[in-house]
Design a protein around this ligand. Structure first.
Ligand SMILES: Nc1nc2c(c(=O)[nH]1)N[C@H]1C(S)=C(S)[C@@H](COP(=O)(O)OP(=O)(O)OC[C@H]3O[C@@H](n4cnc5c(N)ncnc54)[C@H](O)[C@@H]3O)O[C@H]1N2
Ligand code: MOO
Length: 410
């Protein structure tokens, strides 16, 4: 006999099985969205030399103190330095060096004047405005110091991280290995999207939606062809999947129907059952087993229920295995903009659209809340976490809204 357990307890059980599984070394161009497995210390400063931020003239500011439009200062142009070239000699009083944006500055320079405030006359230049030491001068190490720890293990790789790695001359980077997750969809009624859909049959959408959620959570989905309701065959497939993958997710066949075999198949496969049923609606009959530290998680076949329990229970597990530091989804207090008329005997995750307006978050339930209604997930960017035993929600009521992704809130 299994006891329905709270969501937090189920998550705590699963998080015991989230040891990272090593690292991959990838080209930085392929590293976007991955999680850094190494600390990165700057081997040299950025910029690596004192440089000009402007096209203009490198000068000694002291030479320009008296310069004005009416009484310009005349300096000899001693050299031309383009970006990528080194100065041929140091600067001395009375001289200027023509410099391009990004060019290294010659020793002796302490300021740069932009070309618009000068006029070239033969091999001399008229300076029309005064400079202070340090004006338009970028010091070596202005951005990054040599020996500075610029990137830390556990950071998600963003375009800026990739840029920094490249500016350090790093072509390859160590990233947490993505867990390989097998997706096994179960049900006599299922057909693949490349097969004819005979009467009574439905297309297998879970394999696609769940695989996409796995990718979004930092895993590598390994979709299997849907399988029929056969307890021994499901047990065989679970074991087969475990040979090649770090985790198995199944959908369908977890409730109390005559052909709901997943609980039994987990046992036949030799795995230990960790729990069956979590106090959350939709998705209550979720079942979880473990074999040699690898999880087998059986989700409801109902497409919306499966997606919601994935967000609440599997996403944090995959993120944790793939090295991401922030595991919990953020939640905000939102005001109900429409009512929700049902009572919630069990804890309920209500699909909703949350938006920010007039200085606060507002929530509108997303249409039908039936566990099989997939379209209601379309505009859903949040789940309203309604405690068990709650009455209907009224307009204006404050609720806890779990944001599925901050990027989804408009
Ligand atoms: N007598 C009871 N019946 C049910 C109970 C209960 O407590 N007593 N629990 C209900 C709850 S809650 C849920 S949730 C569902 C869970 O059902 P199963 O996980 O066993 O899923 P199935 O029956 O296999 O399928 C449910 C539904 O989803 C469709 N489905 C299944 N797989 C897919 C797929 N890959 N792609 C798209 N759609 C899929 C399936 O055809 C069914 O319509 O049980 C309740 N019943
Ligand atoms: O738990 Mo289920 O409410 O039908 O998805």
């Amino acid at each position: 006999m299994y006891k329905e357990i709270p969501l937090e307890e189920a998550l705590a059980i699963l998080l015991n099985y989230t040891k990272p599984i090593g690292f991959d070394e990838v080209d930085i161009i392929d590293a976007l969205g991955r999680v850094l497995y190494e600390n990165v210390v700057a081997g040299f400063p950025l910029p690596p030399f004192d440089r000009s931020p402007l096209d203009g003239y490198a000068v000694m500011a002291e030479d320009t103190f008296t310069a004005s439009k009416e009484t310009p200062v005349l300096l000899k142009v001693s050299q031309n330095i383009f970006a990528g070239n080194m100065p041929s000699k140091p600067l001395i009083y009375g001289e200027a060096a023509a410099v391009a944006t990004g060019a290294p500055l010659p020793a002796g320079t302490n300021a740069v004047i932009k070309i618009e405030d000068t006029q070239l006359v033969g091999d001399q230049v008229l300076i029309f405005s005064p400079l202070r030491p340090g004006d338009n001068y970028i010091n070596k190490g202005d951005d990054v110091l040599e020996g500075e720890k610029i990137l830390a293990k556990g950071m998600t790789i963003t375009p800026a991280v990739i840029g920094l790695l490249a500016s350090m001359g790093k072509k390859r980077v160590k990233v947490f290995k993505k867990p390989k997750v097998a997706v096994l969809t179960i049900g006599d009624e299922l057909v693949g999207i490349d097969e004819p859909r005979l009467p009574g049959k439905i297309y297998n959408s879970n394999v696609y939606a769940i695989s996409a959620q796995i990718a979004e959570a930092g895993g590598r989905a390994v979709p299997y062809r849907n399988t029929v309701d056969d307890r021994n065959h499901i047990a065989f497939l679970i074991n087969d999947c475990l040979k090649e993958n770090d985790m198995v997710i199944t959908t369908g066949g977890v409730s109390v129907g005559k052909r709901d075999y997943v609980k039994e198949s987990i046992q036949i496969s030799g795995a230990n059952t960790l729990f069956w049923k979590v106090n959350i609606k939709p998705g209550t009959p979720i079942v979880c087993g473990e074999n040699n530290g690898r999880l087998i998680i059986g989700l409801s076949g109902n497409p919306a229920a499966a997606m919601i329990t994935f967000y609440m229970l599997i996403r944090p597990v995959l993120q944790s295995i793939s090295g991401t530091r922030q595991v919990a989804l953020p939640d905000v207090t939102a005001t109900m903009e429409e009512s929700f008329n049902k009572k919630s005997k069990q804890r309920r995750m209500l699909r909703a659209k949350v938006c920010w307006k007039n200085g606060g978050y507002y929530a509108v339930p997303c249409g039908t809340q039936s566990p099989g209604a997939l379209k209601s997930m379309l505009h859903c960017n949040a789940l309203i976490d309604i405690p068990g035993g709650s009455g209907p929600l009224n307009i204006g009521e404050k609720v806890k809204a779990i944001l599925l992704s901050p990027n989804y809130v408009s």
